[in-house]
Ligand binder design. Structure first.
Ligand code: SF4
Length: 251
């Protein structure tokens, strides 16, 4: 096992974890859309609804959906959303052009999420994460939304913990998201085989750092995005090069 590489991944994850909270976390690159998604005080439902939309299309497009709906409706308050019928939501998402590949299904999930926020959290989605819940409880609360599976629920919990610095009682249940960057970096560092399943990636991260398996998520994303490209990885610039069997093999 590449112990030094694991320690480096965790160390970098901890540095990112302790970094000061960014003023505006960049979800989409569109200032107004990012402002809405970062507004956990007055419009926390925007973040929750964007997480729910984040499936089967590019993440950047999914995270733009609250802003596009806000533009079409002239606002994004929970009161405004809560009076819409499922049919209304469908129409808003469908015209003038569809906001999602599966508008029908996503309109159903969107409508159901708004109703859940109204009925279970008195219209204030931030109650999902206030009062320092355990990570398992937080993930479970996201799983209670229609259309949300483990992947979205842990991603949401990880963003809340890491970027928004929402205090939690523990971090055990925040898993790594086995996306393409994580899988490629883990594999090239010799931590998993090249064709490991998503479950293998998740359990490997749990085995490597049980206190907070998701802490390596952003580290891998950063390495994957900046240096560990699918074709022609830029090993000479990557800070993992001395610890990486793939880089050493190609020398
Ligand atoms: S050294 Fe190269 S192969 Fe290894 S993680 Fe970095 S970019 Fe990827």
């Amino acid at each position: 096992m590449n112990k030094a590489a694991i320690e480096e991944l965790v160390k970098r994850g901890q540095e990112l974890w302790h970094a000061p909270k960014e003023e505006l976390f960049r979800f989409t690159g569109e200032p107004e859309a990012d402002k809405l998604l970062n507004d956990l005080t007055d419009r926390p439902h925007a973040f929750v609804l964007a997480c729910i939309m984040d499936r089967q299309i590019k993440a950047e497009k999914a995270w733009l959906i609250p802003q596009r709906i806000s533009e079409r409706l002239g606002g994004f308050s929970i009161q405004k959303l809560s009076v819409l019928s499922q049919e209304d939501v469908y129409r808003v998402m469908k015209e003038p052009e569809p906001l999602h590949r599966f508008v029908n299904k996503m309109a159903e999930y969107f409508y159901s999420a708004v109703q859940r926020i109204m009925n279970n959290y008195a219209g204030d989605a931030s109650r999902i994460w206030t009062e320092k819940p355990s990570s398992a409880e937080l993930v479970y609360r996201f799983l209670q939304f229609d259309g949300v599976g483990v992947k979205i629920a842990t991603m949401a919990a990880n963003i809340l913990a890491r970027h928004f610095k929402i205090p939690l009682a523990d971090y055990y249940s925040i898993d790594i998201s086995p996306d393409v960057h994580v899988r490629r970096v883990f594999s090239r560092l010799g931590l998993i085989p090249a064709h490991a399943t998503p479950e293998q990636v998740i359990y490997k991260a749990r085995a490597l750092y049980p206190d907070y398996p998701g802490i390596m998520d952003f580290t891998c994303w950063e390495i994957g995005r900046n240096w560990c490209h699918t074709l022609s990885p830029a090993c000479d610039s990557c800070y993992m090069k001395e610890l990486c069997p793939t880089a050493n093999k190609s020398r």
